[in-house]
Unconditional design. Sequence first.
Length: 257
Amino acid sequence: MNKRFCFALLAAALGFPVPGLWALTDLELLRKADSLASYYDTDFSAEYTIIQDKPGQARSSTVAGVFRRDSRETYVIIILQPAISRGQGYLKQDAALWFYDPESRRFNTTSNADRFRNTNARNSDFTRSTLADDYRISGGEDAVLGRFNCRLLTLEAVSAGLTYPRMKLWISDDGLVRKTEDYSLSGQLMRTSAIPDYHRIGNRFVPRQILFEEALRGAMINGKMVNERTLITINKPSFEKVADSTYSKTFLELVTR
């Protein structure tokens, strides 16, 4: 039996108050984290500013409009800046994912696991969260992460095709994901991400910033290894309904005309 659940039973038997998340099993906690990062009852849209730092190279910046309809497992991403890339876009519908180039007017298939515009973010980072369905929990322990009391879960993929076959996940006591470590099948650390703060809009939560740090990509600077980093800042989050026509190839074809 889960130790957190046993603690909750013992505390209840002795008449002590039980904090809400202490009463959850690890699987229930993971499902709660999924629910707070997904918006099945509404559309979601926002402006994403994506800053890429590659040691020894000039910093690059991308601004994109992101539109999600999690109930249909679909999203659209439109590149707004830089000007040379304006109008490029992505369309996800269920398992299919396309990249659209307005210059050639062609759609090319891509993958959830591919890097987003050669940054340290992956295409899978822009969709709803389904960790409880995609992974099984192989371990759990209490942990402190900065100012957060967390539950640290170790996850293993239940099917092939996921971006990372193994993960470690820090969920704070409010049910929000604060940190992840992504691993290869052999156990090699591939990437670390951090989400220190969230927008709260009613009962919904949206990350303010997400920082990705690559474990295996970087450069030696002044005798020290400096890893590649990508910082995503999410502005203007909205849960207003988006027109159905937005989630289509036709929309991407017309938006820059």
